[in-house]
Write a protein that binds this ligand. Sequence first.
Ligand SMILES: Cc1cc2nc3c(=O)[nH]c(=O)nc-3n(C[C@H](O)[C@H](O)[C@H](O)COP(=O)(O)OP(=O)(O)OC[C@H]3O[C@@H](n4cnc5c(N)ncnc54)[C@H](O)[C@@H]3O)c2cc1C
Length: 311
Amino acid sequence: MTEKAHIVGDGLAGTWFARLLDSRQLDFLCFGNGKTNTPPVAFVHLFQGRTFRRHEQELTAFRSCIEFWRGSEFSQEWSVLRKTTPGDRLQRSAHDHNVPEEFAPKPQGNDLFAYRPGFTVRAKDLTKFWRESFGNKFQEQTVEIGDLSGPVVYASGLGIEELLPNLRWDTNPGRTVRARCREHPARQPEHLVIAKGFHLGGNPGEEGFTVGGRVNSKGEAKNDETQLAEEWLKEGVEMCSQWWGERIANALDRFPIIGWLDEKAFVFAGFGGRALFWLPFCAPLAVEAYLEGSNESLPTALSIERFRNLL
Ligand SMILES: Cc1cc2nc3c(=O)[nH]c(=O)nc-3n(C[C@H](O)[C@H](O)[C@H](O)COP(=O)(O)OP(=O)(O)OC[C@H]3O[C@@H](n4cnc5c(N)ncnc54)[C@H](O)[C@@H]3O)c2cc1C
């Protein structure tokens, strides 16, 4: 692919893609309107969802993830403490997982399991840093895609539903809360803590911590983040700020969708609640497929080709 790439999207996916082109001195223009769904601080670990069993692709991706986030100035590494409920699927799968021993959940008593590594990441700062490094190759505007000549990379977040309306999509609102202990504002939790619908982890390089909150079926905040944090930290907690966004994943397998839709459109979207988990692995693969002008090198579990007959 020798023509200039037009990347639509200023979130994690678009800026990651642009950064890889930039590092190879390839020409691109990246567009975005600032409405990204990138939380200020977000979490990375292997076991999203209700089971400790993992798809082979997730294990491969996680190795890239560790390589990328370990030691990054934007991240901090933690061990993870995961709360289960007696007899639930998560707890049962802790004894019947399919992951290498180094990542396996270890029982801690009290329905808790520990595993490592996990990371908290200053995600918003990272995208800002990359956008600024692009100089005039980044343009802050809502772009009319029809006006663009040449190939377009759709890293458009929620906008992907418009490009691929025949796929079923799951869009979920959520909020993250920045908080701190009233008496000890600098205090950070010792672990990344995950319980039902809730994440708690120290802010990398900053005081306090972030709580990934819970919403009810109407998408309203349950507003229990400080209370949940108090239960873990055993002291008074105050909220400093909140951030709202929406996650989008395809409803069939919830894995990202990568690849050429047709000669003009390259899709790089559908990262759900796990862009920071998938992107260290997916972004280099996507750029290779983009430059080759073909989807052949993409793993089936991530390629747009797996849905070709539905598009
Ligand atoms: C509450 C919440 C908590 C989360 N927690 C985590 C977490 O802990 N760990 C994790 O890994 N992930 C987390 N995520 C998910 C993660 O943030 C998303 O997967 C990620 O932001 C998706 O990035 P993206 O670049 O694909 O899309 P987006 O961030 O949505 O970026 C797409 C951008 O492109 C812009 N755009 C679209 N069309 C156009 C156009 N025509 N012209 C100009 N601009 C356009 C959009 O407006 C938007 O700014 C969370 C998300 C939410 C909402």
